[in-house]
Design a protein around this ligand. Structure first.
Ligand SMILES: N[C@@H](CCC[C@H](N)C(=O)O)C(=O)O
Length: 279
């Protein structure tokens, strides 16, 4: 199987061009290639596929083999791959994802390759039914609600960007025990399809620092859908403006919850190397 290793702000995936390759068992392939000792090493697997509704289609699988509806850092890399490798020739493209069809704007650098991408991530989904979350009312929102974990009460705000996110604001994110609390919240009975968890420190009304515990992957260096959820959660809690700079462990993302109700994410996309692996 031919593959390309790419990352967005350090959130790294193995990308396969399914215009040319066929991947029969993506769940198992994701587990194999993601292994950082016995595989290629990544947070998961992303398939770049033809679409009958958009310029390109993305399917993404976490390192545990589970499929997610959406990947913010991944979709920027898919756009870069599609442009740099001649699948598309326009600098505004559409992509089919499990979260719907998204529009992306591509920005090239001096070498003519894509360096940054702005993604219209769509409107956040905020009801319990949409996230999904257990509990009633199903059309109610979860904004700053208490959740007890191991004798600690966290205020959680839940947002779906196509995939589920639970955002928690903390005082000192660098020293926060992400590995202790992340999996307990990811697998909490409140979340029937598990959840991604963002731990966030407010720096100012326009700047935050985020660490992410990802559903199906553990702590990663960045999460684009998570950063988008944080922008929404900060605004809903009155903690931040609707336009913020988010410092993730592997790089920065710009987020804006615009007047049209959509969330716009802008950030880097980087190709690292290509290779072949026996599957
Ligand atoms: N890192 C991604 C999100 C990947 C999927 C996530 N772990 C899930 O299961 O929903 C991003 O950049 O959005």
């Amino acid at each position: 199987m031919k593959f390309t290793k790419m990352h967005g702000a350090g959130n790294d995936y193995v990308y396969v061009n399914c215009f040319e390759e066929q991947v029969d068992d993506p769940e198992q392939v994701a587990i194999k290639v993601s292994n950082r000792n016995f595989g290629i090493g990544s947070d998961g697997l992303i398939l770049i596929m033809p679409s009958d509704k958009a310029d390109v289609r993305m399917r993404m699988f976490n390192s545990d083999g589970s499929e997610s509806e959406m990947c913010g850092n991944g979709i920027r890399c898919v756009a870069k791959y599609a442009y740099d490798h001649g699948i598309v020739s326009n600098k505004e493209i559409t992509a089919e994802t499990g979260a719907g069809i998204l529009t992306l704007q591509l920005f090239t650098g001096s070498t003519g390759t894509v360096e940054r991408v702005r993604v219209n991530m769509g409107k956040p989904r905020l009801t319990k039914a949409e996230i999904p979350m257990a509990g009633t009312p199903a059309d109610g929102r979860t904004v700053g609600q208490p959740l007890n974990i191991l004798h600690t009460t966290f205020a959680i705000t839940c947002v779906s960007m196509g995939n589920p996110h639970c955002v928690i604001f903390v005082d000192d994110v660098e020293n926060f025990q992400v590995e202790k609390y992340g999996p307990l919240i990811e697998n909490h009975e409140l979340f029937p399809r598990r959840t991604n968890v963002e731990f966030v420190q407010i720096i100012s009304r326009t700047e935050v620092r985020q660490r992410t515990w990802e559903r199906g992957a553990g702590e990663t260096l960045a999460c684009g859908t998570g950063a988008s959820a944080v922008c929404i959660a900060g605004a809903l809690n009155g903690l931040t403006e609707k336009k913020i700079l988010n410092h993730l462990s592997g790089g920065d993302l710009e987020l804006e919850w615009a007047d049209d109700g959509c969330l716009y994410m802008t950030g880097p996309a980087t190709e690292v190397f290509s290779g072949e692996i026996a599957i």
